[in-house]
Design a protein. Structure first.
Length: 344
């Protein structure tokens, strides 16, 4: 069991066996034997491994096998290239370790939300049905038809944990499914409007089952737009039919709904509020201005998940975990829990 957890921690750290061996002063073969279970590292060596891998010794000694996750779908940034195999393994490894801590925090706090709607529970065969699916989720979550204050909180309140990966990645967001069948979303630092769309986009991948004739990405894009700005709200803000849209108008709506100006143009087109020609001309201008990478006037703040921290604080207040265990659940250095909370 120690071996499998060592391997999981190494992959999450993005290290090869040779690199880990060099970090603790042994050869690649020794690390291979640790991971296969042929050799059990002694107390001193175990402490060195834990330090090199940035995990607690207690995690390595955990009797349960390491949690695993599989990728479901990713929303990639078009200008950042491709995610390497090692980087992909590291990202999934980090997600698995984080979800393991998340589940432990939920258990300690006695708070496990119901996943609603369940994964892969909404079958859709057309974009009109995707629109209805987004409206259904909003209705079931009590979100009304207006702006959503926090997409992250909406997801976490309904059983979909959100993990923020602090290092920029070619992946804006990634939907994953854990060994226990529960879904989660990973997001990287990015402008707030793009992040909100990415989170809604990955929610679509978790809950929708598109028909063979409907592309998964097309369905996810339409769901995200409809989830952020329902058709009723779009027509209320823009009107039923328009000849043109102004940049100032789009900027104001971006700040109100947290949806980019470009996405607003596409939303107006897919609802036939503006013509295809009008939308294409405006989007072409935006691309020529370099707005595809990031729009100016970034007034939409990125979101940060906070449920894990609240769960740990609840468990700590109830006396269900010690401060050292709380620090472990938050992946904070032992003895620096309060400093970590103040800086969060």
């Amino acid at each position: 069991m120690i071996g499998s957890r060592l391997r999981a921690a190494r992959l999450a750290a993005g290290m090869s066996q040779e690199e880990l061996g060099a970090a603790i002063g042994v050869g690649k073969m020794a690390v291979s034997k640790y991971e296969s279970g042929a050799v059990v590292p002694g107390t001193g060596r175990l402490a060195g491994l834990a330090e090199a891998l940035a995990v607690p010794v207690s995690w390595i000694l955990e009797p349960a096998p390491p949690s695993g996750v599989r990728p479901l779908a990713a929303r990639a940034h078009p200008l950042r290239g491709e995610l390497s195999g090692r980087a992909s393994s590291a990202l999934l490894g980090q997600a698995a370790a984080w979800l393991e801590r998340y589940r432990a925090a939920e258990s300690a706090a006695g708070s496990v939300p119901r996943v609603d709607p369940p994964l892969a529970s909404i079958c859709v065969a057309s974009l009109d049905e995707v629109e209805s699916a987004a409206e259904r989720v909003r209705q079931e979550w009590g979100l009304g038809s207006g702006p959503i204050h926090s997409i992250t909180e909406a997801l976490e309140d309904h059983g979909v944990p959100v993990m923020l990966v602090e290092t920029p990645s070619v992946v804006d967001a990634l939907a994953v499914v854990a060994d226990d069948g529960r879904g989660a979303v990973i997001t990287s630092p990015q402008p707030g409007d793009r992040q909100r769309f990415s989170l809604a986009h990955e929610l679509a991948h978790l809950v929708l089952v598109p028909d063979q004739g409907l592309g998964e990405e097309d369905a996810a894009h339409r769901f995200a737009a409809a989830f952020l700005v329902p058709a009723e709200a779009a027509r209320r803000e823009l009107g039923v039919r328009r000849r043109a849209l102004s940049l100032d108008e789009l900027r104001a709506l971006k700040h109100k709904y947290g949806l980019s100006m470009q996405a607003w143009v596409r939303r107006a087109r897919e609802l036939s509020i503006v013509s295809r020609r009008t939308a294409q001309a405006l989007l072409s201008d935006m691309r020529s201005w370099g707005w595809e990478a990031a729009e100016p006037d970034e007034g939409v703040r990125p979101e940060a998940p906070g449920r894990l921290e609240r769960l740990v604080l609840r468990a700590l207040a109830e006396g269900n975990v010690t401060e050292s265990r709380a620090a472990e659940l938050l992946a904070a250095p032992v003895g620096s829990l309060r400093d970590h909370l103040r800086s969060a």
